[in-house]
Design a protein around this ligand. Structure first.
Ligand code: SF4
Length: 193
């Protein structure tokens, strides 16, 4: 019978120890809860009231729910994350009839983010011209207001108002989803007076 060398014995011991550690890690992973951040404290009633009011004002003003076209004119995407949150499972904007549309031809509101870059200037003008009246432009975020942290850059033409008429500025870097809803509501209420 062949003798087992000391080196081989050490190697198999190491493999055995690694295998046991791996099994323990896998088992812990299967039995422990996923490591995620707790959701923000929900004020469902306030959110529902806000979005419900917005839908009611839109129906009074337009005879239907509000359609929004989002335009990224050069943002860092921080504002987009907050706008997209309006459609996630937490805010779920569509349950109140408000919806984002893929074409400016179907939109009532253009929600524009970012400083307007030189490359996006013409696209923004064309998007504005393609949106049927009545239409409103909401500039979202500090960059859309006056260039924000990008002010003075050679690559931008400035805030949204430098390119198309703006009906409402919603400040913030970025503004929160509730601020976006509050801004839209204020805009439509002002229009229906
Ligand atoms: S306002 Fe802030 S989050 Fe929004 S595009 Fe500008 S830098 Fe990004």
């Amino acid at each position: 019978m062949a003798e087992t060398s000391p080196a081989m014995t050490m190697e198999s011991m190491c493999h055995g120890r690694q295998g046991a550690e791996m099994r323990r890690t896998l088992l812990e992973g299967m039995l422990s809860r996923p490591l995620t951040e707790a959701p923000p404290a929900a004020d469902d009633a306030a959110l529902a009231e806000l979005a419900g009011k917005l839908d009611a004002v839109a129906r009074r003003r337009l005879g239907r729910s509000l359609s929004i076209r989002e335009v990224d004119a050069g943002s860092c995407n921080g504002c987009e994350l907050e706008i997209h949150a309006l459609n996630n499972a937490f805010y779920d904007l569509e349950r109140f009839g408000l919806r984002f549309v893929a074409s400016p031809r179907h939109a009532d509101v253009l929600m524009v983010t970012g400083p307007v870059t030189r490359n996006m200037r013409e696209a923004l003008e064309r998007t504005y011209n393609a949106t049927p009246d009545p239409k409103w432009v909401v500039a979202v975020g500090d960059c859309a207001a006056d260039g924000g942290v990008f002010a003075g850059s050679y690559a931008i033409v400035g805030g949204v108002k430098n390119v198309i008429p703006v009906d409402l500025h919603i400040r913030g870097c970025p503004p929160r989803p509730v601020q976006l809803l509050q801004g839209l509501l204020a805009l439509l209420e002002r229009q229906s007076e």
